[in-house]
Every structure is written in structure tokens, then in C-alpha cells.
Write a protein that binds this ligand. Structure first.
Ligand code: EPU
Length: 441
């Protein structure tokens, strides 16, 4: 099976990109659909590998799911017949642990494999498990099998305060809250707009979820039943990937549909970097090269800050900036797998040490004093990039590598296309529409 891209780079890219639906909403709306009665229709679901794998997983539990149009998915979970997620899906589909929600709802107890580590850090779910326990769920972990066994002792109720916010954690505890016959309050939540879209979806089907500053309150809800199809929001991570690529290439692109609130911090920093940014109409933005890219330092942080998912793309833009810039990653440990690969193209990037006060609070992962972390890079921009053979090891890094190959003179091979395609729909077609030379080999 072909799993590489052959890319001939170095040309300014021009044209239009129509955004696909957001991966990080699609996955959760599919999982939450297993808590609904009757049919659930989801629109704008991207046909990406993560979604296709998740569909296979829910089908293995007896759920019916099929695309009835290119991006319209129909789900019916009346035949959900297993409360055990097969181990083969555990590490392949990280969000499979979110099935705690629908499986507990249907069976009162369930067996879910530990999602384990992944390429962007250890990614433990300790805070999330603590949350389940705080809401009255008994959770045991079997170190031999790698399975969690969760059981509802009484209807979930009470309050949980995340010691540090978690995006999928907020979403899972919200699903658990739907089972309450009183009230569940989750505090110090993550505020990503993707979570908001999930709230809209659940409330439109009868849930009773209110969002207040830094907290979510879930009050006894009626059984979830869809009244009309739900259309998920556009993928803002995809927007950032194409906007930075095109501006770095010296080109011009119109991208939409997207709501400004979803990308405000990105627009601000693009303007700071000297990129042309214009709101065209109907949720469309134009990004273009204005003759010079200025170096701008960034620090990642949860919404409304500069998203961690955007930093590999920012590095690509900064490769073309006139001078030195710094990227400091605060959310995940180990999100710079692209650095050594970019060096193969001639990029000048080094890890640097920056001392921060109170690293336990500053970083969003569980900071360990004795460990050596590599959280900061310095990029020397404006170097010419040449062709190379590159290997993708995680999704966002993968997109950055393919984009870097599109900026580099000559023919490059980028291995690991299926990892990039876990999160990007029609990547080859979209790049070609911009005039990029890319094909799967
Ligand atoms: N963390 C813990 N313990 C927990 C939960 C989180 O240590 O119990 C740590 C994580 O390891 C991380 C930090 O806390 O260092 C923040 O993690 P969070 O739980 O917020 O991230 P996530 O829910 O695992 C989601 C997205 C990510 C996105 C982040 C930040 C999905 C499926 N994933 O991850 O998306 O970067 O939120 O917004 O929604 C991607 O799309 O490529 C991607 C990685």
C-alpha cells in the first residue's frame, strides 16, 4: 500500500481551500451518539483515518454506522451489545477511553483499555480517572491486562475540579454528567471551542448543560434524541496548516468557512508576522505573502491562547522568516518530533533551555522535577531548504513535514502519509488545487 508522498517543492501556492469538519469534534460526536435513542445524523464528518478507525471500533460493539453522503454519517446504537473495547483499538484510537461514557450509560459497567503513551508524550489519563471517581464511579485498573474496569455505584453527582484542565477529560466527564438525576459540576475545565460544539450537539438533543466561566453544569436531562441532523464546526487546525504553508511559500489563499472567534489568536499573530490577513466574506479569510515574514516568538497554551496543534505549522512559517524565533511548548511534552526531520532539509533549528518559574504550574503536563524536558526550540529563518527523505511520526508534525517539503527546492519523499491522513481530509487534492506538486507513492 502506498504510504508516502512524492513532493516537488519550491513554488508559491495560490487558490482556495474549503475546510473539512473538525476531527476533534467528529470523534466525540460519534462517541456521544452511542448515548442517543434512535438514529443520529452527523454532517460535515471528515473521512479521515481517525474517524474511519473509530467507526470500525463502534461497529465491533454492535453499533450501526455508515456514510450516507460523502460527509454525512448515520449512526444507530440500538444494537450496542458489548461493554468491552477490544485491546487492538486501545492504543490505535486514543479517544477510545471516552467510551467510558456511553458504555457506562448503557451497561452500568464496562472494560476499556488504557490508551497508553503516544508519540506526543506520555498522555496519562490520571486526572480524568480521578474525575470519574469523584462523580461516584468505581474504577479499577488491571496492570496485567491493561484494562480499566468501571462500574456505576449510584447515579453520578457532585463536583470535580480539574487540577489542570483537560480537553477530552472535560468532554468525557460531561458525558458522564448526562447520567445524573441531580447535578454534576465540572470546574477548571478546558475551554476549547470544540468542547462548545459538543455541548451544542448534546443540548440540541435534550441535554441540560450550561457553560459558565471555567465551569460546566449538567442538570438532569431527558433521554437524548436527535430532532435534526447536527453539522459539526470546521477544522481550525486545518486552516492554520494551509494558511502558514501558503504564506511561507510566498503565495495567496482564501480559506473558509470559519468563525473568527475560533482563530482570533492565530489571526493576531499572523498579522504580527507581517502576513496579509483579510476577512473576505461569509466566514472566509484571505492569507497572503506581503514581501517579508517577521520572526515572532510563540508559547502554546489552551484556548484562547496559541494552540499546541498549531506550533509545528508555525515552525514552518518561521523557517521563512527574516531572523530568529522561539517556540515554547507548554501543553504536551515531546511535541518536537519534526525537528530532526526538518534538519534533513537544511533547516537551522536547535533545542534551547529556558528556565521558567514554577514549571509545575507553567506546563500543562504532569511536570517531574528530575526529568529532562525539551520544550523550546530556536529557529533561524530564511535558510534555503533542499529536498530530503522525511519520516512522519505524529499527526501535526507530519503535516509540518509535508508542508516543509512543499517549500523545499527539488523532489522530496515524505513517508508515513497514513499518519497525516489520520487528521487531514483530501490532503493531496487540496494541495494540488493550490498548485502544489504532490502525489501518493
Ligand atoms: N494530561 C494529563 N492527565 C490527564 C489528562 C491530560 O497529564 O488526565 C495532560 C496531557 O498529557 C497534556 C495536557 O494534560 O500534556 C493537556 O491534555 P488534554 O487532556 O487537554 O489534551 P487531550 O484531550 O488529550 C485534545 C486534542 C488534542 C489537542 C489538545 C489540546 C482530541 C482528540 N485531542 O487532547 O489534539 O492538542 O486537546 O487542545 O481532542 C491533535 O488533534 O493532533 C491533538 C493532539
Amino acid at each position: 500500500m502506498s504510504d508516502s508522498y512524492l513532493i516537488s517543492g519550491g513554488k508559491p501556492l495560490k487558490g482556495e481551500v474549503v475546510l473539512s469538519g473538525a476531527k476533534n469534534v467528529a470523534l466525540k460526536t460519534i462517541i456521544a451518539a452511542l448515548m442517543f435513542e434512535g438514529n443520529v445524523t452527523l454532517k460535515n464528518i471528515p473521512r479521515i483515518n481517525d474517524v474511519l478507525d473509530l467507526i470500525e471500533l463502534i461497529k465491533s460493539l454492535g453499533v450501526k454506522a455508515k456514510f450516507i453522503e460523502k460527509n454525512t454519517l448515520l449512526i444507530n446504537s440500538s444494537n450496542l451489545n458489548s461493554n468491552r473495547v477490544d485491546l487492538q483499538y486501545g492504543s490505535k484510537i486514543r479517544v477510545s477511553f471516552m467510551l467510558f461514557g456511553p458504555l457506562l450509560n448503557r451497561f452500568g459497567e464496562c472494560y476499556v483499555p488504557n490508551p497508553g503513551g503516544c508519540r506526543i508524550g506520555a498522555r496519562p489519563i490520571d486526572r480524568i480517572i480521578k474525575g470519574l471517581v469523584a462523580l461516584g464511579i468505581k474504577v479499577d485498573y488491571d496492570t496485567e491486562t491493561g484494562y480499566y474496569h468501571a462500574k456505576i455505584l449510584s447515579k453520578p453527582k457532585g463536583k470535580y475540579n480539574f487540577e489542570k484542565p483537560s480537553h477530552t477529560g472535560t468532554e468525557l466527564l460531561m458525558m458522564i454528567g448526562l447520567m445524573t438525576d441531580k447535578q454534576v459540576v465540572i470546574e477548571n475545565i478546558a475551554n476549547e471551542p470544540e468542547i462548545n460544539d459538543l455541548v451544542l450537539y448534546l443540548n440540541s438533543a435534550g441535554a441540560n448543560i450550561t457553560e459558565e466561566k471555567n465551569k460546566i453544569v449538567i442538570t438532569k436531562s431527558s433521554k437524548l434524541k436527535q430532532k435534526e441532523a447536527f453539522t459539526i464546526m470546521s477544522d481550525r487546525n486545518e486552516l492554520v496548516t494551509y494558511a502558514t504553508l501558503v504564506v511561507a511559500s510566498g503565495g495567496d489563499v482564501t480559506i473558509g468557512p470559519i468563525d473568527e472567534n475560533l482563530i482570533a489568536s492565530f489571526l493576531e499573530i499572523m498579522r504580527e508576522a507581517g502576513a496579509g490577513v483579510e476577512e473576505i466574506s461569509n466566514f472566509k479569510y484571505r492569507f497572503y505573502f506581503r514581501g517579508l515574514i517577521k520572526p515572532v516568538n510563540i508559547e502554546t497554551s489552551p484556548h484562547p491562547g496559541f494552540m499546541t496543534d498549531w506550533q509545528p505549522s508555525w515552525a514552518i512559517l518561521m523557517l521563512k522568516a527574516e531572523g530568529e524565533s522561539i517556540i515554547h511548548e507548554r501543553v504536551f511534552e515531546n511535541r518536537f518530533s519534526y525537528v530532526d526531520e526538518l534538519k534533513k532539509l537544511g533547516a537551522k533549528i536547535d533545542f534551547v533551555n529556558i528556565t521558567v518559574e514554577n514549571p509545575e504550574f507553567f506546563y500543562h503536563f504532569n511536570f517531574e522535577k528530575e526529568r529532562l524536558y525539551k520544550q523550546t526550540i530556536k529557529i533561524q529563518g530564511s535558510e534555503e531548504l533542499h529536498n530530503a527523505i522525511l519520516d512522519i511520526s505524529d499527526l501535526r508534525a507530519g503535516a509540518a513535514l509535508a508542508c516543509a517539503a512543499l517549500l523545499a527546492e527539488g523532489e522530496s519523499v515524505v513517508n508515513g502519509a497514513s499518519i497525516l491522513e489520520r487528521g487531514y481530509e483530501d490532503f493531496v487534492e487540496k494541495v494540488k488545487k493550490l498548485g502544489g506538486e504532490i502525489k501518493k507513492v
